[in-house]
Design a protein around this ligand. Structure first.
Ligand code: ZN
Length: 105
């Protein structure tokens, strides 16, 4: 009855530390998609394509399930579900933390 079910297709997503980071990001985030820069409507729910999702700077597919980046909030970014899914397992082209401050026009 109390046995935890693990989904082998979603490694790391069942981890309580990931769930905690995800919940924290949902609270402290600015709710802007880091891919398209449009706001995320927090009223929309999964699986709506424009619903909020937690993206990973370093894709989960490239991480071991025990790697701290699987759940650490420093590896988490807000994204629309469709933007997140369109990105797939591709690495980020640039470090997203520099996107808003280091643009040299
Ligand atoms: Zn987006």
């Amino acid at each position: 009855m109390t046995k935890r079910r693990r989904n082998p297709h979603r490694p790391g997503l069942d981890d309580v530390r990931y769930k905690a980071s995800r919940a924290r990001l949902k609270i402290i985030g600015n709710h802007v998609c880091h891919w398209c820069r449009y706001p995320i409507d927090m009223q929309l729910r999964y699986p709506h394509p424009l619903s909020w999702s937690c993206d990973h700077k370093v894709p989960r597919s490239q991480l071991h399930p025990d790697d701290p980046r699987m759940w650490h909030i420093d590896n988490a970014l807000e994204a629309h579900l469709r933007c997140n899914q369109a990105r797939g397992a591709k690495p980020l082209p640039v470090q997203p933390t520099h996107l808003n401050t280091d643009i040299d026009w």
